[in-house]
Design a protein around this ligand. Structure first.
Ligand SMILES: NC(=O)c1ccc[n+]([C@@H]2O[C@H](COP(=O)([O-])OP(=O)(O)OC[C@H]3O[C@@H](n4cnc5c(N)ncnc54)[C@H](O)[C@@H]3O)[C@@H](O)[C@H]2O)c1
Ligand SMILES: [Zn+2]
Length: 243
């Protein structure tokens, strides 16, 4: 969804390195830099990646497709951590992998989660964060984003869990649910599986994806185009049939 607002996806190691050339020089893949171990071993390297993304996502303006979804009364389930749906005015978002706009203790010493109220300066040449790094107000140790990383046993999940519970509750009250899946990759299939599950009863799945749009067993409709283009075309078609 964010790609059409100008954000990079991390599609394959080459895609990741195109977005972040310094990691190519260091030979680090997305799965390797998004590993919580760096917050203990090399905090400036770890915060370099997340601090840069925090600045990027704060500076990004959500594209028109977000407003189109809002006008349909959509509820959001996302693996994006960028906060773009909230920025576009969505009140209820289920962020299954957490949010970069929230932090927790690295330990963690408590289950507390705080909103990010700081900027992290990052040297673009080295992708290393510059001191001072965000700290935990309880124990004074290092803070980290409240994002589920790879092989992550320290993530504090209650914020995301409460969002997911609210979404499940809402879904129970929906009789005619249409699921619109947008840019859900197959490498980390969390969103794909959720979309298939949520549309299993109705068969009403619209899969929008320019590169991997196939639906299984004819269960749904496949739109092999970009998010903004697909949403704009759907809005136009609905406007024609339901003025
Ligand atoms: N902005 C963010 O919060 C952010 C950014 C990168 C990755 N991540 C997370 O990291 C994990 C892996 O990420 P990834 O980037 O490798 O995802 P991925 O491998 O799941 O690939 C991205 C998907 O987006 C599709 N896509 C690309 N451009 C599109 C467009 N304009 N419109 C619609 N679909 C488009 C691609 O075909 C692909 O299926 C995921 O959980 C993802 O959510 C989050
Ligand atoms: Zn702490």
């Amino acid at each position: 969804m964010g790609v059409d607002s100008g954000l990079p996806d991390f599609r394959g190691t080459e895609g990741f390195w195109r977005a972040y050339p310094p990691y190519e020089r260091l030979g680090l893949k997305f799965e390797e830099i998004a590993d919580p171990v760096h917050f203990a071993d090399d905090p400036a390297l770890a915060w370099g990646f997340y601090g840069h993304r925090l600045g990027l996502y704060r500076a990004t303006v959500p594209h028109e497709g977000f407003s189109i979804l809002r006008s349909w009364g959509a509820r959001v389930f996302t693996s994006n951590v960028d906060g773009q749906f909230q920025k576009a005015g969505f009140a209820d978002v289920a962020e299954v992998h957490g949010s970069i706009h929230h932090v927790q203790c690295v330990e963690p010493c408590t289950d507390d989660i705080w909103e990010c109220s700081f900027d992290v300066a990052v040297d673009p040449e080295t992708m290393r964060a510059v001191d001072p790094l965000p700290s935990c107000p309880n124990c004074g140790g290092l803070a980290r984003p409240n994002i589920l990383m790879f092989g992550d046993w320290g993530w504090v999940p209650h914020r995301s869990q409460a969002q997911l519970d609210a979404l499940t509750e809402w879904r129970r009250s929906q009789r005619k649910l249409v699921v619109i899946e947008i840019g859900a990759g197959s490498a980390v299939p969390t969103v794909r599986r959720q979309a298939e599950l949520a549309s299993a009863a109705s068969g009403a799945l619209i899969r929008i994806n320019p590169r991997e749009p196939e639906v299984r067993h004819g269960r749904g409709v496949s739109l092999p185009v970009n998010a903004l283009e697909a949403l704009t075309a759907l809005a136009r078609a609905i406007g024609r049939t339901c003025p």
